[in-house]
Design a protein around this ligand. Structure first.
Ligand code: 8DG
Ligand code: MG
Ligand code: MG
Length: 138
């Protein structure tokens, strides 16, 4: 059987909605470089999905979110050695909330865009979410 290190990993992507706009940023410096993705990262040992979402959003955007809610899950095989299960968590933020570029080595910049106008190319798990049955507005 394959080594445990070759098994799928768990990523958490966070849907931050400000009205009908969602926060996305262009990835930089790792796999999926140049693609638009949600804030997020790896689930760490012992973490809940909610804790991971809160931590990653704070680390990457400086925004303190509360009570993110499970939205959807996708299964993405990037290549023979990179396979992620992505847990998407959703939270709605106030109109005044702004995202700061906290990790400029990992992201080109954050931008709020309508759900139907996320720029391409999209990071594969986000594309899979877009092509799924998930409907953010009812
Ligand atoms: P970390 O390793 O410090 O925890 O996280 P990071 O430095 O923020 O890594 P990341 O590349 O942003 O996220 C870790 C992995 O999570 C990424 O390589 C693939 C996976 N991942 C998904 N879906 C999503 C998503 O929607 N957004 C983000 N940012 N990562 C995702 O599978
Ligand atoms: Mg990240
Ligand atoms: Mg991170």
């Amino acid at each position: 059987s394959p080594a445990a290190s070759d098994r799928p990993k768990v990523g958490v992507g966070v849907l931050l909605f400000k009205g009908e706009n969602v926060l996305v940023g262009k990835r930089k410096g790792s796999h999926g470089s140049g693609t638009f993705a949600l804030p997020g990262g790896h689930l760490e040992l012992g973490e809940s999905f909610e804790q991971c979402a809160i931590r990653e959003v704070l680390e990457e955007t400086g925004v303190q979110i509360r009570d993110p809610v499970f939205a959807y899950a996708t299964n993405t095989v990037f290549n023979a050695t990179t396979h992620y299960v992505t847990i998407f968590m959703r939270v709605d933020v106030e109109p005044g909330v702004e995202a700061k570029l906290m990790e400029p080595d990992k992201c080109e910049g954050w931008t709020w865009v309508p759900w139907d106008s996320i720029p391409e190319p999209m990071f594969e798990p986000l594309l899979a979410l877009k092509e799924s049955r998930y409907q953010p507005f009812g």
